[in-house]
Write a new protein. Sequence first.
Length: 255
Amino acid sequence: MVQLKTDTSLEAMREAGRVVAQVLTAVQEAAAVGVSLRELDEVAREVLREAGAGSPFLNYRPHFAPTPFPAVICTSVNDAIVHGVPTGQRLRDGDLVSIDAGATLDGWVGDSAVSFTVGRARPADTRLIDTAFAALNAGIAAAVVGNRIGDIAHAIGSVCRTAGYGIPEGFGGHGVGRSMHEDPSVPNEGRPGRGMPLRHGMVLAIEPMLIGSGHDAFHPDRDGWTLRTSDGSRAAHAEHTVAITDEGPRVLTAL
């Protein structure tokens, strides 16, 4: 069931979203050649502590996961698409890094993700990342009262496919509110004019995931969490929590 949020609730969610933005900014600033993924998780934990916020990621265990998630951010590097577990792996020059972060503040959740390159960027990676954000912006632009979920999905998918990138089937956005994953699901590909109508007070996490080779195949890593491209190509991920309002889409996780 979709829970419509009041304007007061949207203001509270905006505060949670600010914390998420602060986490992502701090982690991206800390990401450098030689820094470990676990060290980036510690940076994120400190931002959450200072804000008096919790993490919806820590100890989260969906049905597919063999163990609870052990960190407050997902760190997905190069061929990892999403859900990467922070480890002692140290970043190298040219790594493509996707960071997914969440925060719980006063009972409300924010969820957002960024992708970037550490050190010298490959032109192909820059194009992939830029397209991920272009797809995210297209999805946000379609998130208006009177449209449908399919309009968001079509906007995202059109950008990805036109650029020649793959889309991992079965993974996409979702509702956000008192918990990190609520109804409805928001696919990254679909037909316009289909699906649930968008109404004032709906809050959605819109999150394109792109595979650089143009193929869609992926597989879970041995940790049971990380999703990797099956052909070893690189991937990018971008996400914002967005409120549907009568005045237009409102990005709740912007800095």
